[in-house]
Design a protein around this ligand. Structure first.
Ligand SMILES: Nc1ncnc2c1ncn2[C@@H]1O[C@H](COP(=O)(O)OP(=O)(O)OP(=O)(O)O)[C@@H](O)[C@H]1O
Ligand SMILES: [Mg+2]
Length: 480
């Protein structure tokens, strides 16, 4: 067994079987072997809690540091504190295992103040937080690992920033950006990997809590009992579900998307949300039975009221017929008046008048109601429990021609992505509240406001709801 003193590192390399070094002390899960063996430039370890994600991430990074002399690497957790409590100890633990197996510590020195590990081969590993991704822009890397990446504040953006730092030429083909995370829905980095699944450059490894041989079955069972079945699928089994905090859980692209071409024989409702950092509008076509189809949308970032007037007017005029109802946000008086002056001779132009109309929760309930209408009274399913429970058809559909980009990390969202991702607000400690997010910079809010206001302000107009006021009105009054 060589020791540091007698191994001439300058002109000789030491052959170490990496797997063998870790095997005797750790029954490596099969997935970890795949992780160590993969040379794909982008890798994601996605799995349940305690399934060994951080373990694999730190081990892979150690392997990359040792096998790429003179190249800098980085291990990043969300915050400096995450680094101090999980990444650094786990990494040092691996170094210790290495020392016991091989006979020497794999690194020369750990620079505590700098949070940098200096290796014998001239490479360095930096521990950095990624909560402010732009701070990582100065650094040049050959490989990097990001822990719990989909629980950071801007996962896809952070990933792209770090990917842009991977320019160390000395690393050659060994370039590797890898991340570990419990899934948080089909967005962020997990969403990116799903989109890129046909590319050989992207590879994902999946583990569940049951893959960790070090947890007893009673521990796992106790943990399982503390989760709802759905939460367990995400947290324990690492399945990609809808994010836990999403509001429109009724919305599914399989059920609500329709192929749609504009029909000039149908009336349509216009919804507008004024703004300068973001402004939005929707065109909703209404079928005779009261089904709404979101046929077109307009989402504009960084504009002015005047510029948006021009864009909006051109967009409205591009439709073969004029709307029967135009609903806009009441907050911006000048624009509300402009819209009325321009279209009031052709259709009803209005905005939310009372506090009740304006209520976010009430409007959202109406949309949820339309996305997944309840069974009619006297429906055979309710009378005869053996009748097949055919669900009532949705009253709110979305045209499949509307754009969707699940990994968009900046700017206002379109209808599809907004319905998929609009969430409840988080409290000061990151806990979920029951209040829908109302932050002006919430990317999903603008377009959803247009649909919500259009729905609420039309509720009494029977010709827009299949011949009678929206059923929501009745339910709402019954509840009141
Ligand atoms: N393949 C393995 N061999 C040996 N020990 C492992 C292995 N995988 C995980 N462990 C051990 O299991 C525990 C949990 O692993 P780890 O912290 O990597 O899981 P995780 O998925 O990152 O969990 P969390 O969701 O808590 O972040 C750790 O104590 C780790 O040392
Ligand atoms: Mg972890």
């Amino acid at each position: 067994m060589p020791t540091v003193d007698d191994a001439p590192f300058s002109d000789q390399s030491v052959r170490v079987d990496f797997v063998e070094a870790f095997w005797p002390t750790h029954k490596l899960a099969k997935q970890v072997l795949y992780v160590l063996g993969s040379t794909a430039p982008f890798q994601l370890y996605i799995g349940g809690i305690r399934s060994g994600k951080t373990w694999a991430l730190t081990l892979k990074e150690l392997m990359l540091c040792i096998t790429h002399p003179g190249v800098n690497g980085m291990l990043a957790g969300r915050t400096g504190r995450d680094n101090a409590t999980t990444l650094i100890p786990q990494f040092m633990d691996h170094c210790d295992t290495w020392r016991r197996a091989v006979g020497y510590t794999p690194y020369r020195r750990y620079h505590r103040g700098d949070k940098r590990v200096e290796f014998w081969n001239g490479s360095s590993l930096y521990f950095r937080p990624y909560d402010q991704p732009d701070k990582l822009r100065g650094i040049t890397l050959g490989h990097a690992g990001l822990d719990e990446i989909d629980y950071g504040s801007q996962p896809a953006y952070t990933w792209d920033v770090v990917a842009g730092r991977m320019s160390d030429a000395r690393v050659g083909k060994g370039k590797c950006l890898h991340g570990a995370t419990t899934p948080n829905g089909l967005r962020g980095v997990a969403g990116k990997f799903v989109r890129m699944q046909d590319s050989k450059a992207f590879i994902a490894f999946h583990t569940t809590i049951y893959d960790n041989p070090f947890l007893t079955s009673s521990f796992i069972e106790d943990l399982r009992m503390s989760y709802s079945p759905r939460a367990w699928e995400q947290e324990g089994l690492g399945k990609i579900l809808r994010p836990r905090d999403v509001i429109f859980t009724e919305y599914s692209e399989a059920r609500h998307l329709v192929d749609w071409t504009w029909r000039r024989d149908l009336p349509w409702v216009l919804g507008v949300d004024w703004g300068t950092s973001a402004a939005a509008a929707v065109a909703i076509q209404v079928l005779p039975d009261g089904t709404w189809v979101i046929a077109d949308e307009l989402v504009v970032q960084d504009t002015s009221y005047v510029r948006f007037r021009a864009v909006l007017a051109a967009w409205i005029e591009s439709k073969p017929n004029r709307p029967v109802l135009a609903v806009s946000d009441r907050a911006v008086k000048s624009e509300k008046l402009w819209l009325a002056a321009k279209y009031a001779h052709q259709c009803e132009v209005t905005s939310c008048k009372t506090k009740r109309d304006q209520s976010l929760i009430r409007g959202i309930e109406m949309l949820r109601f339309m996305l997944d209408p309840p069974f009619e009274r006297g429906h055979p399913f309710l009378v005869d429990p053996d009748a097949p429970p055919e669900r009532p058809r949705p009253k709110l559909l979305v045209s499949s021609s509307l754009a969707s980009n699940p990994t968009q990390s900046e700017g206002p969202l379109g209808t599809r992505d907004a319905l998929n991702t609009y969430t409840y607000r988080r409290g000061p400690f990151g806990e979920l509240t029951n209040d829908p997010s109302d932050a002006p910079d919430d990317p999903a809010k603008h377009i959803l406001d247009t649909i919500r206001m259009a729905a609420v302000m039309s509720a009494w107009r029977s010709e827009l709801h299949g011949g009678q006021p929206s059923r929501f009105v009745w339910e709402d009054r019954r509840a009141a």
